[in-house]
Design a binder for this molecule. Structure first.
Ligand SMILES: [Zn+2]
Ligand SMILES: [Zn+2]
Length: 276
């Protein structure tokens, strides 16, 4: 199995998973053209996608979905609540009035309904969706298994729950949000107080410090790769995020020799393939 974060951050998120001829996209938050272009950079054809999974309806996770599926045949795996919210979301954020109808039309007969705790299969990959705490209507993290190898994609969520810690056990690669440095977020000038409170809340976004705490206290040390995702461009610094995670890994080193590699993902370019 191999995985690439095609792009991640508040401007758009998409993760590509490939195993034995099966290709699955988790989220389509960049423009369709950008997703197709970045897949091509990795030698992959978007037409060969076997499925698109949607974690939640926020624009940075499904803003490119409608246009992307127009030219593709693959189904969209989405919960009923997220589907409804996705169709209506554009009304709330003031996109053109006919966008809800276009979204509804685009998804007609194209969706497979998913539910937290109900595993499903796409080609050769088995997916296990589970609920994560965030402020959209129905929020998912996923683990994906192929040939006994498990990987996780865990984008927007506000805190690590017992369920999340359990689901991440035994993963060979983990894509996890490391959104902000708490100190940097507090001093960002451009964010109104309400936005800062939202990001810091238990239904907001995971901080570098939360990731470090999980790496010391919750992580089982099995993953060869931890990929930091959804880094804020104003309230984080990629190298600070990486050093915070690496320092946490070293803290646990006496018990678990640190063979885990921390990789950064970026808003504007895909990561190299991470092969497991
Ligand atoms: Zn979100
Ligand atoms: Zn997001």
């Amino acid at each position: 199995m191999k995985i690439s974060v095609l792009g991640s951050g508040s401007t758009g998120n998409a993760v590509l998973l490939v195993a034995n001829g099966t290709r699955v996209l988790v989220d389509a938050g960049m423009s369709a053209r950008e997703i197709v272009r970045r897949m091509a950079m990795l030698g992959e054809d978007a037409n060969s996608l076997d499925g698109i999974l949607v974690t939640h309806e926020h624009g940075d996770h499904c803003g490119g979905l409608r246009v992307l599926i127009r030219d593709l045949d693959c189904p969209v795996f989405i919960s009923a609540k997220t589907r409804d919210a996705y169709v209506c979301e554009s009304r709330r954020v003031g996109i053109a009035n006919d966008e809800p109808r276009k979204r509804s039309d685009a998804l007609r007969d194209r969706t497979v309904e998913i539910d937290s705790g109900c595993d499903f299969q796409i080609g050769k990959i088995e997916f296990h969706p589970f609920t994560v705490p965030h402020d959209a209507v129905d929020n998912f993290g996923f683990t994906a298994t192929h040939n006994g190898v498990k990987v996780a994609t865990l984008l927007d969520f506000g805190h690590i729950t017992t369920l999340i810690t359990e689901r991440l056990r035994g993963c060979a690669a983990i894509v996890i949000e490391s959104n902000h440095s708490r100190d940097m977020l507090k001093t960002v000038e451009h964010y109104p107080w309400e936005l800062k409170q939202r990001i810091l809340s238990r239904l907001g976004h995971l901080s570098n410090e939360d990731v470090a705490d999980w790496l010391v206290n919750g992580f089982d040390g099995q993953a060869q790769h931890v990929v930091l995702a959804h880094l804020s461009q104003r309230a984080n610094n990629p190298y600070l995020a990486k050093i915070t995670a690496e320092t946490a890994l070293r803290e646990r080193a006496p018990l678990f020799p640190a063979s885990t590699e921390v990789t950064l993902s970026f808003p504007k370019e895909p990561t190299a393939w991470i092969e497991i």
